[in-house]
Design a protein around this ligand. Structure first.
Ligand SMILES: [Zn+2]
Length: 308
């Protein structure tokens, strides 16, 4: 009898923990607002040690269904996400949105095929995914090993040309597409109910911003984001914040430092290799993964600015 009571108490405790998870998250997902959950990726480079789980993944739950904003870097992460969503709601997954083409944000898409959602992305995302498929498949095999299996490229079924609104029931998501900035496939998402802006990799917090597209374009887009009437921001990497204007200004300060130093070195005839070691030195202690990301950024920016 005593054993039975103990078992019942344990079951009740487990039940309470399950109930609590619905409100606060699942372990994989953390609640950050009314019907909004975020999974925070680790601050790792796509290099040795990359495990497919480095970007932020967000989930927005309406009265009709669910939207996923970025799906992680592998089928495995996508499946973990799908399981975690099932623990917070039984509603269908209506949309899987990719904020841009980078591999850490898109390869969880495959986990949602059976839900038959609309896959949503920038008007240029499908072509960018197809162009990069071979390279990204190789990259996934190299770093993810078995987890690369089934991490198929799933292209958008719904394109964002400039603006697009998605109705989740009781809340809408407003999607906006941009000209070349972090990449040539960047979109942002604003949730109407909580005034939350999801920036994708237009904004990095804590770790060094990465630039693949156009530095002047990115600085301009950050200026636009600052004008949005939102309450909180979820960046592509790093913690969500209500002090978001400051975090955008931090990134602008870094980008302007790189831009100024690269321009000055080009003018003085200093090589790209030497510039990679010295550009934006004033920012070095302010960001994680600085050396590798900053060198890569100079490698992107220097050849572009030579033609200014
Ligand atoms: Zn990115």
């Amino acid at each position: 009898m005593k054993a039975l009571i103990q078992t019942l108490i344990l079951l009740m405790l487990a039940g309470c923990a399950g109930g609590k998870a619905n409100a606060a998250g699942t372990g994989f997902l953390q609640g950050i607002g009314d019907g909004i959950y975020v999974h925070y990726g680790e601050h790792l480079d796509i290099d040795t040690g990359y495990q497919g789980d480095i970007c932020n993944i967000s989930v927005v739950v309406g009265s009709k269904g669910v939207a996923v904003i970025d799906s992680g870097g592998s089928l495995k992460v996508g499946k973990q996400l799908r399981t975690a969503i099932a623990q917070v709601t039984k509603l269908p997954i209506l949309y899987v949105i990719n904020t841009h083409v980078h591999p850490d944000h898109i390869f969880g898409n495959a986990a949602f095929m059976e839900d038959k959602p609309q896959f949503v992305g920038h008007a240029k995302l499908a072509i960018a995914m197809r162009l990069r498929k071979e390279a990204y498949d190789k990259l996934n095999v190299k770093y993810l090993g078995d987890d690369a299996k089934g991490s198929d490229t799933v292209v958008p079924t719904l394109e964002v040309k400039d603006n697009l609104e998605l109705d989740l029931g009781g809340r809408t998501l407003k999607l906006t597409a941009y000209a070349v900035a972090h990449t040539d496939t960047d979109i942002t998402v604003i949730d109407s109910k909580t005034s939350t802006l999801f920036t994708g990799d237009l904004l990095f917090i804590e770790r060094t911003p990465v630039l693949e597209g156009d530095i002047k374009g990115l600085i301009a887009v950050l200026g636009t984001l600052k004008t949005y009437p939102v309450m909180q921001v979820v960046p592509g990497h790093g913690p969500q914040t209500k002090d978001w204007v400051k975090t955008i200004e931090n990134e602008q300060r870094y980008l302007n430092a790189v831009l100024t130093d690269v321009r000055a070195n080009i003018k003085k005839g200093i090589s790209m290799e030497d510039t990679m070691d010295t550009a934006a030195a004033s920012e070095k202690d302010k960001w994680l993964l600085f050396d590798v990301a900053n060198r890569r950024n100079v490698n992107t920016i220097y050849p572009q600015l030579e033609w200014e």
